[in-house]
Design a protein around this ligand. Structure first.
Ligand code: GAP
Length: 460
């Protein structure tokens, strides 16, 4: 396990992503904008495929789960009700010497190399630890910090047509609240009976004190969240079910289960009765991939209180009225993208001694399902005819530049599962060779069999 994982580093991923059109630094021509990233032509396909795979499992194939796409900008009272205005904050300290800002818990984790768990400490205990162990500023190396202050991570903006009439609003820090405020809308319009689920994929924004590690922690990211509304008393059973579903989903994308583990939260969020993460062995070490939370009836009760609107569900059989409990499963699309990239990355030594970098994506996740390659440029007319035939079926790419070996390498680096090569025999018998990315073996098949062959392989 460690052997395979040691091959991939964050630097290698960042470089590969930039050179192969997967992910570019944000606003690059202006010198960049810290911790923002733009997905390129290959990356946007991979990320869309990840989101599609998640939606398929948690909406399409999930009995009694429904999707929504709620607004990013919500009434500011939503965030008072959810508790974010009061307590969505991290413990920050400023270095008095170089004026940089840090999270106290991260300083302790880094200093102790993960042997001390700051989640179990109060702010006073963290301050005392930092003083006693002379924990240094990662920027200037001095140990001279301000006391801890809580730093709210919500991005503020304002809404109003005149300067004086501006109202403070927020960019949502999680998509979950869009699902909670629509609980009764969805229930009424779908006639769903509890238990049922609401899912959403969308952008969230957090003014993180210490973003970084490529797309692991950014200030703008996408979440894929699923809220399961159930009756109190059944909540623990569903919590366990969602732990398993979340695990099975990641494994179904081709992850080695040895690179995954559960981690219970030491410190529960203000709304949670129980909570755990699935961690993945990222190039930076074991870190959170997703969270599963038992949020009790906290969110719906608070929205009832703050909006004055009833959030009661009426059981159609017994007539009983109650506010359901919620089991939440939340995973960052970009966080999963980074895990998918890390898991897929491999370097192989070929017979001729050369190294081939290959991304072993699940074919359903790969950006292009096949690349059409004429062996020589004078075969391009036939190759383009085949490319045009394949394009309506799935994402394909076409490449006629450079030697066939170089073109295979380029496709390996972006994880294209199949290369369809057109040669002179194709003109005679209408057959092509199909090269497998992982084994590099080739088979010859009639052109009309290419679509069913690839469609079977990319099924998720
Ligand atoms: N609604 C619950 C919630 O938002 P969270 O643990 O704060 O819980 C859920 O976030 C998931 O969103 C995380 O497990 C991670 O995958 C992703 N995530 C959170 N903050 C992120 C950030 N700054 N950058 C990228 N992904 C992030």
């Amino acid at each position: 396990m460690e052997e395979k994982k040691s091959v991939v580093t964050m630097d290698k991923l960042v470089n590969l992503c930039k050179s192969r059109g997967i992910i570019f630094p944000g606003s690059e021509i202006y010198g960049g904008m810290g911790n923002t990233w733009d997905y390129g032509p290959v990356g946007v396909e991979i990320k869309n495929n990840i989101k599609r795979a998640w939606w398929k499992k948690f909406v399409q194939e999930s009995e009694n789960s429904f999707g929504v796409d709620a607004a990013i900008l919500m009434n500011a009272r939503v965030w008072d009700a959810s508790g974010h205005t009061a307590s969505f904050s991290d413990p920050k300290m400023d270095c008095k010497e170089c004026k940089t800002r840090h999270r106290a818990d991260t300083l302790i984790e880094m200093h102790s190399h993960g042997t001390v768990n700051p989640d179990k400490m109060t702010n006073e205990e963290m301050e005392a630890y930092i003083k006693e162990h002379k924990v240094c500023c990662p920027k200037c190396g001095k140990s001279n910090f301000t006391p801890i202050r809580q730093f709210n991570m919500m991005f503020e903006t304002s809404r109003g047509v005149t300067e004086e009439g501006q109202n403070k609003i927020y960019l949502r820090p999680e998509t979950a609240q869009g699902e909670f405020v629509n609980f009764l809308n969805v229930q009424r319009t779908t006639r769903a009976k509890v238990p049922f689920g609401i899912a959403q994929i969308g952008k969230a924004f957090r003014n993180e004190i210490t973003p970084g590690n490529f797309i692991f922690r950014t200030i703008e990211f996408e979440q894929m969240e699923h809220q399961w509304f159930c009756k109190e008393g059944t909540d623990h059973e569903y919590y366990e079910q969602f732990k398993k579903k979340a695990w099975d989903f990641v494994v179904s994308l081709g992850f080695n289960p040895e690179h995954l583990r559960f981690k219970d939260h030491d410190k529960l969020a203000h709304y949670a009765k129980s909570a755990c993460d699935i961690q993945y062995l990222f190039p930076i070490g074991w870190s959170e991939l997703n969270g599963i939370h038992n949020r009790t009836d906290y969110d719906l009760s608070r929205h009832q209180e703050y909006s004055g609107k009833s959030m009661l569900y009426t059981d159609p059989v017994t007539g009983e009225k109650y506010i359901p409990y919620v089991i939440e499963y939340s995973i960052g699309a970009d966080r999963l993208m980074l895990a998918v990239l890390s898991e897929a990355y491999d370097e192989e030594t070929l017979e001729n001694g050369e190294t081939r970098v290959v991304m072993h994506f699940h074919p359903a996740i790969a950006a292009y399902k096949c690349a059409v390659l004429p062996l020589q440029k004078n075969l391009s007319e036939k190759a383009k005819e085949i490319y045009k035939m394949l394009c309506p079926e799935f994402m394909c790419t076409y490449d006629e530049a450079g030697s066939i070996g170089k073109r295979y390498r380029r496709q390996d680096e972006i994880g294209t599962p199949y290369c369809v090569t057109i040669d002179f025999d194709t003109l005679q018998d209408n057959t092509v060779t199909v090269r497998d990315r992982d084994t590099m073996s080739q088979i010859r098949i009639p052109v009309e069999e290419v679509v069913p062959f690839i469609q079977k392989a990319i099924k998720f």
